[in-house]
Design a protein around this ligand. Sequence first.
Ligand code: SAH
Length: 222
Amino acid sequence: MSNMIPIDSYRHQGLRKLLVRNISQKGITDPQVLAAIEKVPRHIFFDSSFVESAYEDKPFPIGAGQTISQPYTVAFQTELLQIKRNDKVLEIGTGSGYQACILAEMGAKVFTIERQKTLFDKTSKFLPAVGYHTIKTFFGDGYKGLAAYAPFDKMIVTAAAPYIPDALLVQLKPGGILVIPVGANDIQIMTTIIRGSDDTFEKKEYGAFRFVPMLENKAKEK
Ligand code: SAH
C-alpha cells in the first residue's frame, strides 16, 4: 500500500457502523448493500484534510467540479440494481471510484466510464493501488455505453441524465436493470428500466435526487 493512502482504523470502522445505522434508518434494507457500505473505507476517497467528512451522509466535492455521491444515494441506487455475484455491471460516471468499489465488494464485475480526463487518470491509478484490481476503468462518453463489452446485466448512471440514452438500452441484457436519475434541471427522478425477455422495457420511478449533470458528446481532455 502506498504511503499516500491513509489506512483504515478501528475508529473509521466504528464510524462506518454508525453510517450504516444512519442509512438503514433512512430505509435501506438490503443486507448485502449495507455490508458493502460497512466494508469500503470511504475516507480513502477523500483528500487527507477532509477525511472527517467521509462518514457523514453527505455528498462531497472531489475536484474537477465533481462530487462523490451521498452514501444514502449510493446505497439507494445499488439496492435498485439487485446485484448478484458475477453480474456484469456498467457504471457511467466513475468519479472517485467509491460506487464502483461498493459494486465490486458485492461480487460484480465492474466496468466504469468517466469523461473527465483528470479524474479518469487519478481514479484509474487509485483503484488498483488500494486493492480494487478487478474494476475496469474507461475514458469516454457514457452516452455511448461500452459496446465492446456489451451486453450488461446491470447499468448504473451516477450523473443527471436529461433523457435515457438509447445506447444504454441496446446494451442491456434481457432481464437486465438500468438505474438512472433522469432530469435536466435541479432535480432528477430516480428511474429504473427493466428489459424483458421479449424486448419490452418496463419503467419505474422512485422519487427525487440531485446529481451533477451527465454531459454529452466528446470526452473532455482537461
Ligand atoms: N460514482 C461517482 C460519483 C460520480 S459524480 C463516485 O462514486 O464517486 C458524476 C461523474 O459523472 C463525474 O465524475 C462526471 O465527470 C461524470 N460524467 C458526467 N457526464 C458523463 C458522461 N457523459 N460520461 C461519463 N462520465 C460522465
